[in-house]
Ligand binder design. Sequence first.
Ligand code: URA
Length: 270
Amino acid sequence: MEISEQQAAEALLRWYAEMGVDEAVGPAPADLYAWQNSSTDIKKPVPAPKDTATPITPIFQAEEAAPAAEEAIATARKIAASCGSFEALRDAVAEFDGCPLKAGAKQTVFADGVPGSDLIVIGEAPGREEDRTGKPFVGRAGQLLDRMLAAIGRSRTQDTLISNVIYWRPPGNRTPTQDETAICRPFVEKLIELTEPKVIVLAGGAPLQALLDISGIMRARGVWRELELESGARFPVMPIFHPAFLLRQPANKRLAWADLQTIEARLTKG
Ligand code: URA
């Protein structure tokens, strides 16, 4: 039996949906303006460039390649070093074009809460809600984070700063690449330097890997570590479970609660 192109396309979409592919995005941001789409001129997917770390082929490729990661990191370092305040850093991150994720995000998600707080919570990257609102941790995981903070008498409206190791939503919420993390890192370090927190909480395995180069949140959580910045400044760090993980595995809230108690004790100690 012959089937029409439309029927074939519908069958393919149904199959994608059954396989859990529910977003038309690739791992690299797509510049759809550069993709000349017409019913008679549908371009073939462009294969991933040879040097990409990710094995998945992007659906479309942006017209201009992002600046090489090395160059972007150097630029980020220079810009971050010139920022003398939270506001200057926030504006500089919003203007920075060196991270390829920016092209696929609706907006920059820098931080929320009180600058200069003695507690800073650092997560992974904005998701859909964060990308929509421009604020970190506002989706379901963010609401749980707020409740976790409230349990130790903390809140982002009074005495806590919340941010991420990545400032732009990765396509389809994929894990950020090492290059993307490295490009954002000078800004993350500067935010920590300007905040001078008494405690840094790393929410989940991604910031643990990105900032301390440690993998395995299951074993690392609940144990104090030290983060040494490029400037030489050192800060106490506590890795905890990511609230999104706790939503999926609520039995682990017991351990998260113990970690929160440890954090509170350190914050309230003289
Ligand atoms: N998860 C994160 O790690 N960060 C956010 O901002 C939201 C969800």
